[in-house]
Design a protein around this ligand. Sequence first.
Ligand SMILES: Nc1ncnc2c1ncn2[C@@H]1O[C@H](COP(=O)(O)OP(=O)(O)OP(=O)(O)O)[C@@H](O)[C@H]1O
Ligand SMILES: [Mg+2]
Length: 288
Amino acid sequence: MSAEGPKSPRSGTEGRSALNAGAQALAARADGARDVIAVRRLSQRYGDGADAIVALQDIDFSVAEGEFISIVGPSGCGKSTLLKILAGLLPASQGEAVLNGTPIDGPRKDIGMVFQSPVLFPWRNVLANVLLPADVQRLGREQMTGRALELLALVGLTGFEHRYPWELSGGMQQRVALVRALIHDPALLLMDEPFGALDALTRETMNVELQRIWLDRRKTVLFVTHSTTEAVFLADRVLVMTARPGRIGDMFDVKLPRPRSLDVMTTEPFGVHTRRIRAVLSGGGGIE
Ligand SMILES: Nc1ncnc2c1ncn2[C@@H]1O[C@H](COP(=O)(O)OP(=O)(O)OP(=O)(O)O)[C@@H](O)[C@H]1O
Ligand SMILES: [Mg+2]
């Protein structure tokens, strides 16, 4: 943890407030936003006995509606594990995660997820890939097609609806994956290093794009990245995790005005934030 320690009033490392926070998950906050997610004393252990790996330990934090949280931490500190628990894909060993007042205990329809690789079906064109969750959830095709076209326009893919994944660049494929995650209007968007496989320039473009989409749709987002600049550029708050077992090392607000242009990355206030992340991670390794 940095010498200053967490500053956010909702920082999960404030243990006392965390203890009764399950009941407060939906409590209205002073600034009017309500908490969408409450993670309480969450721990994850893989395996048993001497071979057991403690991936997460005593994770506590809340996320307000419409907030963009970046999660940074060394490789193997449990970031993907945390997202899998929040997605309902993995039961937590201890503690709980609550979404909109309901404990997450299995896959849910109100969550969208974007992975590092876009995982598109090669035999489905762009529109059909985007409509996959709507098909699985048996949502009305007609209504969903309208929404899909609107979202594809939002990410600049109008005209590519009937193309196949292999006809698209990596950045375009990741946009399709993003639209697919948004198609059923989830309350929460989980993104696990979604731009990690892209070249630096495309990645920067995608950062600007994602910010624009987020400003337009105001989803609650948890965004995992290894890049300190990407983390700060996108976030309202940055959660920095320590090396395994992953704990919250720091959590702080990024109060840079929006919309942010890429030029902000060269400013001193931006540097203050990235240095703060590095201070927590120094010794932890695994960061770009
Ligand atoms: N299914 C599993 N079985 C056993 N151990 C696992 C499993 N999944 C993850 N782990 C272990 O838990 C720890 C955390 O893994 P996780 O994938 O959450 O890390 P991460 O922070 O996402 O890392 P990276 O930045 O490299 O993606 C690692 O030590 C990993 O080996
Ligand atoms: Mg991971």
